[in-house]
Design a protein around this ligand. Structure first.
Ligand code: ASP
Length: 351
């Protein structure tokens, strides 16, 4: 879990002429671990490897063509399997991105990350980093040691996107398998395929291939500079629970007893909740616990049922955010002092 930061300049590793490199965008690559930095004992092993063991220098050295698209400055911010992402590491990462965005020496930031929680980190940064320079996350489904490892091309594409003027002001982006997604929309949809990320319903923002980047739509909801959310060290406790056939109220009662400030429900269908669990959640909401309904379905949105249901129960609805992204937004809103269901609903309707 130690988050060691080292710094190196890839322009020095990949010798390019000064005249060429001086015209290139200056991109900071922040490595955090993940399968993109994973290694297995043999090249056909794509499931039994160890994530986050290959250093950023080695990742970049595997992609010599980076030197022709950017002057890359690299940092090892962490070396974790992203299943073990922590709130403290989120704070550290967001603060480092903010510092780089404020620097005149940097034109864009790329973050290498594990795929498991990439969508959560990306949305967190989308809401909290302050700058309009490109910030692009990427990852890999196959470890660096694998036949046809996807990390090197994903990294090259992410750096390419981060160096493009068109990527400015679009919020945090995810470049993966040639597609460019908005951090708000993207979700992991496959446990094994290299085409593991989609933006359900709405689709990708654009694509990147062979050095060319094309955006096919823009990002509508406010992000980065246009949000009131700031990164801090204090994180409200918000947990996610799931509704399913035969579920009881036990988990809700345990969470309330433990003192959580918020609960996000991965509901069935349109965020519907088993009545046994819903009764416990309404009681929790009445005592001041923020309760957000989202859906376990994976696409679509959760409609707010207004006075007849949600308002009477004190529930907030997540719209198109999946439960894990809804948790990110709820934590930030609670940290910003927004606690009533009405205020939180406005946040979910806007961001
Ligand atoms: N468990 C890995 C991680 O999230 C999976 C990956 O990166 O694909 O770090």
């Amino acid at each position: 879990m130690a988050a060691v930061r080292t710094s190196l300049t890839i322009a020095a590793m990949n010798t390019t002429s000064a005249s060429t490199s001086s015209a290139l965008p200056r991109i900071a690559v922040l490595a955090t671990g993940g399968t993109i930095a994973g290694a297995a004992p043999d090249a056909t092993n794509t499931s039994g490897y160890q994530a986050g063991v290959v250093g950023v220098g080695q990742l970049l050295a595997a992609v010599p063509s980076l030197a022709s698209v950017a002057n890359v400055q690299a940092e090892q911010v962490a070396s974790v399997d992203s299943k073990d992402m922590t709130l403290a590491l989120w704070t550290k990462l967001a603060q480092r991105v903010n510092a780089l965005l404020a620097s005149d020496e940097i034109d864009g930031v790329v973050i290498t990350h594990g795929t498991d929680t990439l969508e959560e980190t990306a949305y967190l940064l989308h809401l909290t980093v302050k700058g309009d320079k490109p910030v692009v996350l990427t990852a890999a489904m196959r470890p660096s040691s694998a036949l046809s490892a996807d990390g090197p091309l994903n990294l090259l594409n992410a750096v390419t996107v981060a160096g493009k003027a068109e990527a400015k002001g679009q919020g945090v982006l995810v470049a993966f398998n040639n597609r460019i997604h908005s951090a708000r929309d993207v979700v992991k949809t496959s446990t094994y395929a290299v085409d593991a990320f989609q933006s359900p319903e709405i689709g990708a923002l654009g694509w990147v291939q062979d050095g060319r980047v094309e955006f096919q739509r823009g990002v509508v909801r406010p992000h980065t500079l246009a949000t009131p959310f700031v990164i801090g060290d204090a994180w409200p406790v918000v947990e996610v629970v799931t509704s399913y056939a035969g579920v009881s109220r036990v988990a809700i009662d345990a969470l309330v007893a433990a003192g959580v400030q918020g609960i996000v429900v991965a509901g069935t269908g349109n965020g519907s909740i088993h009545s046994a669990m819903q009764t416990a959640l309404a009681e929790a909401a009445a005592t001041g616990v923020a309760v957000v309904r989202s859906s376990r379905v994976g696409s679509g949105h959760v409609m707010h049922n207004g006075a007849a249901a949600d308002d009477a129960l004190g529930f907030v609805t997540a719209g198109a955010l999946n439960p894990y992204k809804a948790r990110v937004l709820l934590m930030l809103a609670l940290a910003a002092g927004l606690t009533t269901a009405a205020a939180l609903q406005q946040v979910f309707d806007r961001y």
